[in-house]
Design a protein around this ligand. Sequence first.
Ligand SMILES: *Cc1c(COP(=O)(O)O)cnc(C)c1O
Length: 393
Amino acid sequence: MDTQHLGFDSKLVHAGIPDDPMGSAVTPIYQTSTFAFRDAQQGADRFAGKAEGYIYTRIGNPTINALEVAMAQLENGVGGVATSSGMSAVSTVYLALLSAGDHVVSQASVYGPSRILMEKHMSRFGVESTFLDTTDLAAVKAAIKPNTKIIYVESPGNPGMQVTDLVAVAELAHAHGALVVVDNTFASPYLQRPLDLGCDVVLHSITKFINGHADVVGGVLVAKDEAIYKQLRAMMVMSGCNMDPHQAWLVSRGLKTLSIRVDRAQQSAQEIAKWLEKHPKIEWVSYLGLPSHPQYELVKKQMKGPGAMLSFEVKGGVEGGRRLMDAVKLATLAVSLGGVETLISHPASMTHASMGKEARLASGISDGLVRYSVGIETLEDLIADLDQALAKV
Ligand SMILES: *Cc1c(COP(=O)(O)O)cnc(C)c1O
């Protein structure tokens, strides 16, 4: 079925499902490593790209392709490339688009491994990088060099919820011959479509909102331009970080309810943020849907809604944060985000503990900062859980 002209929610449900000889209503799992050719000529034609059809699952597979087509349509790109994890989507972008002598401008607060991979490893292959606050457009402009190839942005940022003006960064980058890559994991295509805002490549840890059920690790890349899409696909195939058919099938199943899951979680997040802002044991709340957020207006311009992620500062520093972690009962104490279950984590004692206090504070992660990923449980239960836990702080 041609789904290009349909609305976003219809695409979530129907995009990418292949015509199936058995009439399967959903994409079947093609759990196979390889595909038989009818004869030698068909095999030769497929390898030469002269005939449609599959060859080998690392190169392509109908179940994985169904997800890639859906993601490309949802992000308004020319093609999608599914990968084994969010980090392999990041490494595929780096390896496909960068060469020795190139320079990257990147957000200082990007997902930790995305920064380590660039600073510790891409540097070994002669790629230079500058990490800074991409919400500061003057700083981004000043950092661009003649060899700047990519501006890499995560918006909203983790866990500080910084929002970068994607239209402005794309204009800046393009004026200097650079590409913009956006990690759109926190927003999902339901709330933000960076390619529509002028950016060139969008990537996701599909592990989070897109799959939404905390049972798969995966990633995806979508490009606006055919030539870039082909470069990304070739690198995924050569480096072997393909998704698995079963993984793709689970993600396609989760994807169908993306908008209703995000709508519900977002509604609750708004209420929880307002409730926390008035709580005496809370120093501050950072939520894109609160007028107190410094980029409240930009969020309204750039995103369909403020999403389901929030961070807040518990009074009492590291100890306060730890106490809260130990006292919650309904929220699950775990890293990751974007699932149907509410997750709570404390970056200073967990994900960002190895950074050292100074670097951690410099990237906006204070001692008592708690990251809260709102799920789809009953709102009153979530508030009651936080209430009883904060009483113990
Ligand atoms: C989780 C995450 C990643 C990495 O994805 P994995 O699926 O864990 O490899 C990258 N970027 C952001 C913003 C994330 O939250």
